[in-house]
Design a protein around this ligand. Structure first.
Ligand SMILES: [Fe+2]
Ligand SMILES: [Fe+2]
Length: 423
């Protein structure tokens, strides 16, 4: 009887998992959710996902309950290591053979086994890997999409045990669903990048790497901001809501998912600005600058008949990413973005600026200051940080600045991952 109840609850968990992943759009949020749920169902302490890229397996996501707090910004997620698909690693072996591999103790692998475990990562992190379950992730057409690795299954007492047959069955069920979701996430990311490449043809500053960085910075700043709020039990402002009850981790992942995609589109309205202004190497005249400012509501027009939460967030970000905390930004309060021209009805300031726009404002300026521009070299990191701190409470929301400074190591890892030649 107890067994039947257990099975029912496992099936319920599986269905919840499928539904949760089905609702996510951005690749990183999908990977985070796949790992979190698979680890919950198999009681694994840690796990990683590697994705196929250029005939290699690229390290794409990691979670480890012993080493890092779930949902908190974590620089290891932006590790950009790549492994060859061959027998030198367990992950490479599984990618090559297409076989699921369960190992009871990583330190007891026979020397004549056709795969090897690299102990150096354990030594570096101060961790002891024991049981490992490594599974290939294949698309419905049988193509290898990636490899998922789960580490250290735990029993009720928290003792490390081998992954049992039930865990292997569950993970193989999840792997098929995960592969489909990963392919969908990759397509969405590509679609957004293609849209941005259109904008990049118009404005060379808006490169793919810049928008990937702004998207990733924004999602991570948001996570730190919201965790700070939850720690101090403050009520969240209307557009950064996380329900106090329910599933805060799931809500944080879902909002960060939308924010990352929407932040990537912050300057999409520039497709509506003429080349003579966008590509002008000299400083803009007063008139040209006011034309340039129109990119904010031109972008918002693309999302104003909002049908989804993503549209609403894109609307808020495109319209308000040049607003300033002290009310001196643009375009100010706009009732109707479709009016031509929309008339600002006064300044927009403080928490009246939607939270996603307050976060993107900082992420975008930080990235611009660190990057080469026709009118300036990249600023050294120290000078950039001083500038941002000095603008807390003026240009930027002080709480957003605080969250940004707290995760500076993650910010640097993102910059390293999405670097471009111009930087
Ligand atoms: Fe902009
Ligand atoms: Fe930008």
């Amino acid at each position: 009887m107890e067994n039947l109840a257990n099975r029912r609850s496992t099936i319920r968990d599986l269905l919840t998992h499928f539904e949760e992943i089905g609702n996510l759009k951005d690749l990183d949020a999908i990977l985070s959710s796949i790992l979190k749920r698979t680890r919950q169902l198999t009681r694994a302490d840690a796990g990683s996902i590697f994705l196929v890229e250029d005939d290699h397996l690229r390290f794409a996501y990691v979670q480890n309950d012993t080493l890092f707090e779930l949902c908190a910004p974590n620089k290891e997620v932006y590790n950009h290591a790549k492994l060859p698909i061959d027998e030198r690693s367990l992950v490479g072996f599984v990618g090559l053979s297409g076989r699921t591999l369960a190992i009871e103790d990583a330190y007891d692998i026979p020397t004549d086994a056709p795969y090897h475990f690299n102990k150096s990562l354990d030594t570096k992190a101060g961790y002891r890997t024991t049981s490992i379950l490594t599974v290939p992730l294949r698309s419905s057409q049988g193509k290898l999409v990636g490899v998922m690795q789960l580490i250290n299954a735990r029993n009720d007492e928290g003792k490390t045990i081998p992954f049992d047959d039930d865990a292997k069955t569950l993970v193989s069920l999840l792997a098929g669903n995960a592969s489909t979701a990963i392919e969908r996430g990759q397509m969405t990311r590509e679609l957004v990048l293609r849209m941005m490449r259109m904008a990049e043809l118009r404005d060379p500053k808006e490169t793919g790497a810049h928008v990937q960085r702004v998207g990733a910075y924004s999602a991570e700043i948001y996570k730190r901001w919201v965790l700070n709020r939850l720690q101090t039990h403050e009520t969240l402002d209307e557009r950064g809501t996380v329900p106090p009850q329910g599933d805060p981790d799931g809500e944080i992942t879902r909002t960060a998912d939308l924010l990352r995609l929407a932040a990537m589109l912050h300057d999409v309205g520039k497709v509506g600005i003429s080349d003579s202004i966008l590509k002008k190497p000299e400083p803009l005249s007063k008139e040209e600058y006011s034309t340039m400012k129109q990119h904010a509501f031109m972008g918002a027009r693309l999302f104003c008949s909002s049908t989804s939460e993503l549209d609403r967030m894109c609307y808020d970000i495109t319209l308000a990413h040049h607003e300033k905390w002290d009310g001196t930004g643009y375009p100010g309060v706009i009732d109707d973005v479709l009016a031509d021209p929309p008339l600002p009805k006064g300044p927009l300031a403080s928490t009246d600026i939607p939270l996603p726009a307050r976060i993107v404002a900082l992420a975008d300026v930080y990235d611009a200051l660190c990057s080469q521009r026709s009118y300036k070299p990249p600023w050294p990191e120290e000078r950039v940080l001083q500038e941002i701190e000095s603008q807390a409470g003026r240009q930027f929301d002080p709480d957003v600045v605080e969250a940004f400074l707290q995760i500076h190591d993650v910010i640097l890892a993102i910059r390293k991952k999405y670097k471009e030649l111009a930087c």
